[in-house]
Design a protein around this ligand. Structure first.
Ligand code: PEP
Ligand code: CO
Length: 461
């Protein structure tokens, strides 16, 4: 079937004929319907030309011309929709992108896991504590993390509250960027308080100075000012999980003659909802946004090949990003297999490493954590394996926060398991704190710099 024929059978609600996993059960279907109807009347958060601009940049990243930095909370919380927290989160992503830009010598595409990352897939539907069983917490768009029947009851109104918060977050991010927050001419905006006491301070300052010098050199040589801050320089993403709310924001754009999800630039399909015949894949195949797909242990070659065929039958550049998350123990074996499987399809994809979700472990004290050394090792192994296989790692996907949390162990400050209790705030997965995030970016940049200094060919004697 050609793509246009296949798309004839698609419409924003066609997923409803498929099995939809990970959807909450609402006690009052009438209230749910009312909320979804309200949601579908609200104006969109993003527009199709921004989505197309992102797709064009992802297409360049697929051929090595750009690098994707995708990051933010595992689950955003409504409480954290505060100006200071949003600004800091944006800053840490900007700082990381600056370090990557300087190290990789290519433009960095910044995509936040925010302004809508409010729904979570869970491995179990219920949670039991002290003999009491309640529905699990599925993200602030669905219910509340507190362990009481009232807090765990899925409430459709939360979808509206989440949409409003996503709009507030994005509005503030756009204003900050428009106001010069991301402008390389003002590196003083780029400092976070934590850096003053950080062992990384010196290295970071050197990077900022070197960028300032390069800009000055270019501008004095060319007589032109480099315009670094542009409105669409920052994109949003979230897991396209709660299908009724995704459907409510799916609009036909006459000019493009395509359907778009206008609640985010780049939705992704999570590991637990990537079934070929499932509702999430059905929904995503019909929207024109660039799509991310998480690829983990358990996703075989044929499954992946079929997904590529369904989601990108025309091999459209920039359409598909594969986010592999094998964990350090499986990446060496599994990554070459998936690279070969994808190559056999002849389809172009952007390869991105999520070094978080395959490296989650539980400490002896029962705390969910991730080790910085494993996170870094998976990223480094991924760069190397792609090179060895004649492929290319074109981005990283990380869970991080700008807060000074203690959720992942290791890093320059050597956080130990005993430190985890001090500032563990995540309601779901453990995140890198600001310092660990910056360190990760620096180590990636250093690796790229070291590779450039190693001559690839030895000249004949
Ligand atoms: C996530 O990104 O928070 C997540 C749940 O990832 P995955 O689908 O890869 O497990
Ligand atoms: Co997560």
């Amino acid at each position: 079937m050609s793509q246009s024929n296949a798309l004839l059978s698609w419409h924003p609600a066609s997923w409803q004929a498929r099995a939809a996993t990970q959807q909450p059960h609402y006690a009052d279907p009438v209230a749910l319907e009312r909320t979804v109807a309200s949601l579908s009347r609200l104006p969109p958060l993003v527009v199709s030309w921004e989505i197309e601009a992102l797709r064009a940049r992802l297409a360049q990243a697929q051929v090595g011309g750009q690098f994707l930095l995708q990051g933010g909370d595992c689950a955003e919380s409504f409480e954290d929709c505060e100006s200071d927290k949003i600004a800091k989160r944006l800053k840490i992503l900007l700082q990381m992108s600056l370090v990557l830009l300087q190290g990789l010598k290519k433009p960095v595409i910044r995509v936040g896991r925010f302004a809508g990352q409010y729904a979570k897939p869970r491995s179990a539907d219920t949670e039991t504590r002290d003999g009491i069983t309640l529905p699990c917490y599925r993200g602030d768009n669905v219910n509340r993390p507190g362990f009481t029947p009232a807090e765990r009851e899925p409430d459709p109104e939360l979808l509206l509250r989440g949409y409003e918060r996503a709009a507030l977050t994005l509005n503030f991010v756009r204003a900050l960027i428009d106001g010069g927050f991301a402008d390389l001419h003002h590196p003083e905006y780029w400092d976070l308080g934590f850096l003053r006491h950080s062992p990384l301070r010196g290295a970071y300052q050197k990077i900022v100075d070197s960028i300032a010098e390069s800009l000055e050199f270019f501008e004095s040589m060319s007589g032109q000012r480099v315009q670094a801050a542009t409105r669409a320089d920052f994109y949003t993403s979230h897991e396209g999980l709660h299908l009724l709310s995704e459907q409510a924001q799916t609009r036909y754009i006459e000019r493009q003659k395509r359907w778009y999800n206008l609640s985010t630039h780049m939705p992704w399909i999570g590991m637990r909802t990537a079934n070929i015949d499932g509702a999430h894949v059905e929904y995503c195949r019909g929207i024109a946004n660039p799509i991310g797909v998480k690829v983990g242990v358990g996703m075989g070659a044929e499954w992946l090949q079929e997904l590529i065929q369904i989601l990108n039958p025309q091999n459209q550049p920039g359409r598909l990003t594969l986010i592999h998350r094998f964990g350090i123990k499986d990446v060496e074996q599994r990554l070459p297999e998936v690279i070969r499987a994808v190559r056999a399809t002849g389809s172009q994809v952007l390869w991105v490493c999520d070094p978080m979700h395959g490296n989650t472990e539980t400490t002896a004290a029962g705390v969910k954590t991730r080790r910085f050394e494993n996170i870094l090792a998976e990223v480094e192994a991924s760069f190397r394996i792609h090179e060895e296989c004649g492929s290319m790692l074109g981005g990283v996907h990380v869970e991080l926060t700008a807060e000074d949390v203690t959720e992942c162990v290791g890093g320059a400050r050597g956080l130990a398991e005993a430190d985890l209790a001090r500032a563990y705030r995540s309601a779901v997965d453990p995140r890198l704190n600001a310092e660990q995030s910056l360190e990760l970016a620096m180590r990636i940049a250093e690796r790229a710099g070291a590779n450039r200094r190693t001559p690839r060919f030895t000249s004949p004697a």
